[in-house]
Design a protein around this ligand. Structure first.
Ligand code: T4K
Length: 370
């Protein structure tokens, strides 16, 4: 068997991409908000049902610049989750803000809304929750808390492309919603990202910030970055968007097969689709309760690697335990996040993953218990 990785990038038929990029040879326009960029922006805006959208070179820059666009005072506190990819915490810290880590829930791994209010201080300016694995945070509760304390809510929605909650696009909840279109995501533009926003002034700032803060021919009004999506990435996004619904449908079948094969194994907790959520089946995490299962997450990881299957321990360690953060943070204050991070394994999940491979993966996990 060829090595099986945690994911495999989706690609459109090659001819389709070649057709899409032909125009670039005619115009010689490669980047800086060209026609592909604008076309992709329009198509995404329709798909995500939000007219307010800005494109970026990647999901991280979408998040980092969205935080910057809010002009929070330096040193202000942002409540966030430690159970995420490095990007979420880095985006906060690189803006001169202090991450304050909130625990997560053991059933969907999103920020625990019941712990939020205890962490709010006079310095708190925002909440940055993550819809981790495509599991949707408790949007209503977070919204209520944010309104009560006058806080901005920026969702890290890197895992949530195409999802809806109560029939409404997730791009419409919160003050801003940041997406990643990285090669490893359900939907990719090779590298890429986008922010959907509520306030049009934020949109104007984002447009400038991704282009060095340039506001007019002779005016630079903010300390911006270079975070413009180029035409080749936009073209890939345009092509992949044509196939996204079909891709998600295929992922759904794989998700269903995993559930069928793994359901009922003692000590292996599966992640089910939440009520009111139309899922994109971005990841397939399992939590291994070592006491009940009799084996650890790492034992299962090793057994899979031994047969050439490479799952990932997303997200271990917690970002608060990274060497660049751990001196200032104590992960024992987020015990559920710590436990989940030490017990979770994300199994291979992508549209073209073979049923036979899923069965081999599940048999290996079952055999591990014996
Ligand atoms: N917020 C959250 C919650 C995120 O998860 C992320 C990114 C971000 C923000 C930031 O968004 P971006 O700035 O990245 O747009 C990967 C991705 O690089 C990263 O985008 C993602 N989260 C994170 C969860 O996973 P690695 O270091 O684990 O990726 P890597 O290179 O080990 O790839 C994983 C597997 O994917 C490979 O084993 C094979 C497959 N693969 C990978 C690449 C690069 C492909 O099939 N094709 C490819 O081109 O971080």
């Amino acid at each position: 068997m060829k090595p099986i990785y945690v994911t495999r990038s989706s690609l459109p038929p090659m001819d389709e991409y070649v057709d899409e990029i032909k125009e670039i040879w005619e115009t010689h326009w490669l980047t800086n908000m060209g026609s592909k960029h604008e076309e992709f922006r329009g198509l995404l805006s329709e798909y995500l049902d939000n007219k307010n959208i800005e494109l970026f070179t990647n999901g991280h820059m979408a998040l980092e610049l969205t935080i910057q666009a809010h002009n929070f005072p330096k040193g202000a506190e942002v409540i966030t989750t430690p159970f995420t990819f490095a990007s979420t915490t880095h985006a906060i810290v690189r803006n001169g803000l202090k991450p304050v880590f909130c625990d997560i829930k053991s059933d969907d791994y999103t920020i625990d809304e019941n712990c939020l209010e205890n962490l709010i201080t006079k310095k708190t300016c925002a909440i940055i929750p993550v819809h981790v694995y495509g599991n949707v945070c408790n949007i209503e509760a977070i919204d209520e808390i944010a309104k009560k304390h006058n806080l901005v809510v920026i969702y890290d929605a890197a895992h949530t492309f195409g999802e809806t909650y109560k029939g409404k696009s997730l791009a419409l909840y919160g003050d801003a919603v940041c997406y990643s279109f990285h090669a490893t995501k359900v939907f990719n533009s090779i590298e890429g990202g986008a922010t959907c926003y509520k306030d049009e002034e934020i949109g104007r700032r984002l447009y400038d910030l991704k282009n060095f803060g340039i506001h007019g021919p002779y005016e630079v009004s903010a300390v911006g970055a270079n975070a413009k999506m180029n035409e080749f990435c936009a073209a890939m996004g345009i092509c992949n968007l044509r196939h996204i619904d079909e891709e998600i449908e295929k992922r759904k079948k794989i998700h269903t097969l995993y559930i069928k094969e793994l359901d009922g194994i003692k000590g292996v907790i599966l992640n089910s689709v939440q009520k009111y959520v139309k899922s994109n089946y971005a990841y397939f995490p399992i939590v291994v309760n070592e006491k009940e299962a009799g084996v650890s997450r790492d034992d299962i990881y090793d057994s899979l690697v031994a047969i050439g299957v490479f799952p990932r321990k997303y997200f271990y360690p917690l970002t608060s335990d990274f060497s660049c953060y751990k001196e200032e943070n104590d992960s024992s204050l987020t015990p559920i996040a710590k436990y989940i991070s030490e017990s979770i394994l994300t199994l291979p999940m992508y549209a073209d993953l073979d049923d036979s491979v899923v069965k081999i993966i599940c048999d290996t996990i079952r055999n591990c218990m014996k």
